[in-house]
Design a protein around this ligand. Structure first.
Ligand code: GAL
Length: 435
């Protein structure tokens, strides 16, 4: 009798387990893990959430993402958007969190990754994302995405991400009142820039060039190197045709050291938004930052030409040092169909024209509705179309993660010791080890 009861209980438990397995995972969804470039399977059941990972949590960035989420809510009202953004400019924290999730086989459905070496050298190399050729075919994206971008998100004929924007890295932001009070015009060459900084400093401004935490110094580094070396030498650093031991690099590093000598001593404690604020309030005159800074300024209600002005980083006019935020589809995404729905919006005209005017970037697509964009972004669109385009180091375009991180470490040490020769030796070693 007792034995019979135990058997019945066992049979019941077994049935329950089988039913649960047939229903899929614990939120009741059936997931599909088709890989390769196949279209989404029709066998997949309706999914009802998508987890999207980024580092857009505040200061102009979250607001931009929110606009795209609104479009997604209107096109896919049955799918809940799980926003798993992790705070920290340039993804410094987020990318560490993402790496440990990927390591633990717990990927978000879709995450933010920069077009270029960051995408190809990290996620594609580790086989962590799915090719999206089927979506490009379905949505006709090859006709509207710039030719510059496609090779940077492709490998072996497969396209791996959906670019949502183009950001410009080499922008100098300035406080027009501070400049006019000091009788200074926006500088156009490095020599003029350093003269302006010196004038402001001798006039009593402690730190005329506002800077934030370490990645923002790498950002300054890349823009000053471009100004000092010019675009073809800058490109040559990444394809091996220009040596890191060259005189042009030494000069670039000297110029970087000069720029740093005008920055605030508390930079390591400040975010990029804090550094931007120093300009708005007139504590500093200038800040070198990507054009997400404008998204932040506008979110604060600041007006272009009145509260802030801009120019290409002195010495880089005619060059557009770019980066592009893109979203990927995780291999084995827990909610694959919902992730594809999200990516479809991310690559759409409607999604990009909602996101970019707020984010402070121009759309990756070339069919934007220009009437939605402000003065700065219109100028960026024109420059993108006519300038020499070069890639950003800090934001994933030109170097893989390990090379970038060695450069970052070397620049971090330089902030402390200020030794140009030591920095150059470390940069030569970084290229030999990871370039
Ligand atoms: C960049 C990213 C931008 C912006 C910036 C500051 O890496 O591409 O979209 O978010 O970091 O956080």
């Amino acid at each position: 009798m007792k034995m019979k009861k135990t058997l019945r209980l066992f049979a019941m438990l077994l049935t329950l387990a089988l039913v649960a397995a047939a229903c899929g995972d614990d939120d009741g969804e059936t997931t599909t893990t088709t890989s390769g470039d196949a279209a989404p399977t029709t066998a997949a059941a309706m999914t009802d959430e998508v987890e999207v990972f980024s580092w857009w949590t505040g200061g102009g960035e979250a607001a931009g993402l929110d606009e795209m989420i609104k479009i997604f809510a209107s096109t896919d009202p049955d799918i809940e958007f799980i926003n798993s953004a992790v705070a920290g400019g340039a993804g410094t924290n987020a990318r560490a969190v993402l790496a440990s999730r990927l390591q633990a086989n717990d990927p978000p459905d879709s995450w933010q990754g920069h077009a270029g070496q960051e995408l190809i050298g990290t996620y594609v190399a580790a086989d962590q994302i799915e090719p999206l050729n089927f979506l490009y075919d379905q949505e006709g994206w090859l006709d509207v995405m710039p030719d510059t971008l496609i090779p940077l998100i492709s490998n072996d004929g497969n396209i791996y991400s959906v670019p949502v924007n183009i950001h410009r890295a080499n922008v100098l932001w300035a406080n027009p009142t501070v400049l006019s009070d000091a009788g200074i015009d926006m500088p156009t060459s490095l020599a003029d820039f350093f003269t302006a900084l010196e004038t402001l400093k001798t006039g009593g401004m402690d730190a005329p060039l506002a800077m934030g935490e370490q990645w923002t110094s790498l950002h300054l580094f890349e823009t000053i190197m471009l100004a000092s070396m010019g675009p073809s030498d800058w490109n040559g650093l990444w394809d091996g045709s220009v040596g890191w031991d060259s005189a042009a690099v030494t000069q670039g590093l000297e110029d970087f050291a000069t720029a740093l000598s005008y920055t605030n001593s508390d930079s390591s404690a400040l975010s990029w938004q804090d550094a931007g604020q120093l300009v708005l309030e007139g504590t500093s005159a200038f800040n070198v930052m990507g054009d997400w800074q404008e998204g932040f300024f506008r979110e604060l209600g600041m007006a272009p030409q009145t509260d802030y002005v801009w120019a290409a980083v002195p010495g880089t006019d005619g060059n557009f040092q770019f980066l592009s935020d893109s979203f990927v589809l995780a291999k084995n995404a827990p909610h694959r169909d919902a992730a594809i729905a999200w990516l479809t919006v991310a690559g759409s005209n409607q999604g990009q024209d909602a996101f970019n005017p707020v984010k402070g970037s121009i759309p990756a697509r070339n069919d934007a509705d220009r009437s939605l964009y402000g003065e700065y972004l219109l100028s960026a669109m024109d420059d993108w179309a006519s300038d020499t385009v070069v890639g950003s180091l800090t934001h994933g375009v030109v170097a893989n993660d390990s090379w970038k991180s060695e450069i970052d470490t070397a620049v971090g040490l330089f902030l402390v010791n200020g030794e140009v020769a030591t920095l150059q030796t470390a940069l030569v070693a970084a290229q030999a080890a990871s370039g």
